[in-house]
Design a protein around this ligand. Structure first.
Ligand code: CA
Length: 423
């Protein structure tokens, strides 16, 4: 067992039982405030842990990490040190905040410099994302979309159960939680129109996804096996892959998603390490037909992450419109990475690979408005008495995710963004 994952450890910081950040989580991020431009941090309870201050004050001497490593705008250099180092730091943080260790607690000047309330700081993009790939790996999502836009009898394309289908997205428009999203404009062809029109997208949607972040680079022509994949995956974030359905319908044949997808994606700010997620691993789908040998894997490689999506209009009356789970993924992260690199495509630290919309079998588990409102034919009832087919201007979309095995609950925080009218 990874030392920091020990469910019996408690902290001298009091942590609410519903908190996303018990001592067993210790995720990584980057924050700023009035006095700090950008420092790497972790989280515990309601606090961030300033890793630069911790290192500068000598608390990380055992793990031999220089404070300057944590005084950078992104975590790429830290992550690139590899799992043995990042794991050692998580273990060290677990020691420092263990209720049996009063060292930092008793040094109030140090504790004050290291701990800041999460509500007093602003989180920044945690990594520089070189390349971004989006998969399409939830069988319920792919079946729903195929049923709606093609043929219920042949909802899945012939390749779907053989290949973790994906496309290359655009990293420049990946945003951190809290940044607003402007309704995109573009070209659409309404069903009753003879010719295409240009204007603000009318069918703006979210896609409930997670993304994993590459923690180890490869050379061109090198492949990563499913067995080795976990060593290349640093951690995960929540990922809202904003989608303009009307732009998508008109543009996507034959080369797939383009401007309908690349105007914005919103991530949660904390990278929850794959290490911290290990206790929540669960069985994957039985894959039938059998996959090719390079996609075979052993062990429990899915993860039980409870996910939800809320829509909050300007009146602040929240409605949870979706409750899904990452365990519904047909293709695992390890298979996605093995497939992505099987041709020798190289990957770099900080690259982001998103899951694809995560839908479950029940209607409340559908991970997009496209599915929840069944292409606009079944409006979703909101708690304020209104209805939604898609997302309105000034709606805020919040995604949340957490794991809970009855012993320890760890969470991701939120991916949150307000939709503003088209510019
Ligand atoms: Ca997507």
């Amino acid at each position: 067992m990874i030392k920091a994952n020990n469910p019996d450890i408690t902290s001298w910081i009091s942590v609410d039982k519903h908190s996303d950040f018990p001592i067993q989580n210790l995720p990584f991020g980057i924050y700023t405030d009035a006095s700090v431009k950008h420092h790497a941090c972790s989280a515990i309870g309601n606090y961030i842990i300033d890793l630069y201050e911790l290192a500068k004050r000598g608390y990380l001497a055992d793990v031999k990490l220089d404070a300057e490593l944590f005084n950078q705008p992104v975590l790429n250099d830290f992550i690139a040190l590899g799992k043995s180092t990042t794991r050692a730091l998580r273990d060290k943080l677990s020691d420092i905040f263990n209720s049996n260790n009063q060292h930092l607690k008793n040094n109030s000047d140090d504790a004050q410099a290291v701990l800041k309330l999460q509500t007093d700081v602003k989180m920044l993009m945690p990594v520089r994302v070189g390349d971004y790939t989006d998969f399409y790996s939830s069988i319920d999502h792919a079946t729903n979309i195929g049923t709606m836009i093609r043929d219920p009898k042949n909802a899945l394309m012939p390749n779907w159960k053989h290949i973790p289908v994906g496309y290359h997205g655009r990293s420049s428009s990946i945003c951190i939680s809290g940044e607003p999203v402007y309704r995109p404009k573009g070209q659409m062809k309404p069903a009753d129109a003879e010719v295409p029109v240009y204007g603000p997208c009318k069918l703006l949607d979210f896609e409930l996804e997670t993304a994993f972040i590459i923690g180890k680079s490869t050379q061109l022509s090198e492949s990563v096996s499913t067995e080795a994949a976990d060593d290349y995956i640093f951690g995960m974030v929540l990922f809202n892959d904003w989608s303009a359905r009307d732009i998508q319908t008109w543009e996507y044949v034959p080369l797939g998603p383009f401007l309908a997808k690349n105007f914005a994606s919103t991530i949660s700010p904390w990278i929850v390490t794959l290490d911290a997620l290990e206790p929540y691993r669960t069985k994957g789908y039985v894959q039938e037909p059998k996959v090719l040998p390079y996609l075979e894997y052993t062990g429990d490689k899915n993860v039980d992450i409870k996910l939800e999506v809320a829509i909050v209009p300007e009146n602040n009356i929240e409605t949870i419109v979706c409750k899904s789970n990452y365990k519904y993924m047909y293709w695992t992260m390890e298979q996605q990475l093995a497939h992505h690199t099987v041709n020798g495509c190289n990957i770099n630290v900080g690259d982001m690979m998103a899951s694809g919309t995560i839908s479950g079998p029940q209607p409340i588990e559908y991970g997009s408005m496209m599915e929840l409102s069944w292409r606009g034919t079944k409006p979703v009832k909101m708690n304020d008495g209104t209805e939604r087919k898609f997302i309105n201007d000034n709606d805020t979309v919040i995604m949340r995710g957490y794991c809970d095995n009855g012993k320890v609950r760890i969470g991701f925080g939120e991916s949150k963004a307000k939709v503003l009218p088209a510019k």
